[in-house]
Design a protein around this ligand. Structure first.
Ligand code: BEZ
Length: 235
């Protein structure tokens, strides 16, 4: 095996490192098995722990939302396959939490006992824990490129509404060639690409078409309706 210290941390814009894995849904070749889809690849510290259980119930309950966005969820922890299977069965059969019950996790959960995949993706952060993954989230586009990375500590459950918002924001940015402002939600104004010349900067601030709203020459927005955004999602 390669020295784990020889793995660079994956970065935004990098090709997602490829690997073969055993999962709760059979063996997979990642990311090639999910070609043409967005992928949210995430790690959790351990099976049969409370924060992770709440996260899997939240993600499992939202699975249809992510499917509708052409997005495959893939989980990972350094536990083994039988632990994963037993934990997912317990979640479905026994846990009734915040109105969520009978939650069946149908997306693949990778076993990574050797921590090889977790190391490749920078999910093991030894200053925190040498033998458990942190809560990492990688957003990978249909071309296999990493587009967003989030890291949370073991003690803080992720916000799955934010994870969905990020996916919608990435898809909308690509579909319309725009950027999205702080706290953006579909239906709110979007940011047009910055002026690339003095002439365009002047055109922007003197625009009379009524389509642009310029706060200054470098900061212009336009309307993008919720309906237009929704019609474009998942494509
Ligand atoms: C949890 O999921 O509850 C958890 C996992 C590892 C460390 C601390 C909390």
């Amino acid at each position: 095996m390669e020295n784990i210290n020889s793995y660079p941390m994956p970065r935004i814009g990098d090709k997602a490192p490829a690997f073969e894995a055993i999962t709760t849904q059979g063996n997979i070749s990642f990311p090639s098995d999910f070609k043409g889809k967005w992928i949210i690849f995430f790690s959790h510290p351990a099976d049969f722990t409370p924060v992770c259980t709440t996260e899997f119930m939240a993600f499992g309950s939202m699975a249809e939302d992510f499917e509708a966005l052409n997005c495959q969820l893939v989980g990972l922890s350094v536990d083994g396959l039988f632990s994963h299977i037993a934990w997912l069965r317990t979640i479905k059969e026994k846990i009734d939490y915040k109105g969520m019950k009978n939650v069946e996790v149908r997306f693949p959960l990778i076993e990574d006992i050797k921590m090889d995949i977790a190391h490749r993706y920078g999910m093991i952060q030894p200053g925190d824990n040498e033998t458990k993954a942190v809560r990492a989230v990688f957003f990978i586009d249909p071309q296999g490129i990493i587009r967003t990375i989030m890291y949370y500590p073991a003690s803080l459950g992720r916000n799955f509404d934010e994870i969905k918002r990020v996916l919608i924001g990435l898809q909308t940015g690509d579909n319309f060639g725009v950027a999205l402002p702080a706290d953006w939600r579909p239906g709110e104004e979007v940011i047009v690409p910055p002026a690339g010349s003095c002439g365009v900067a002047q055109e922007r601030v003197s625009d009379t078409s009524g389509q642009l709203k310029c706060y200054d020459w470098f900061f212009c927005t336009k309307e993008l309706s919720k309906e237009e955004v929704e019609a474009s999602l998942g494509k």
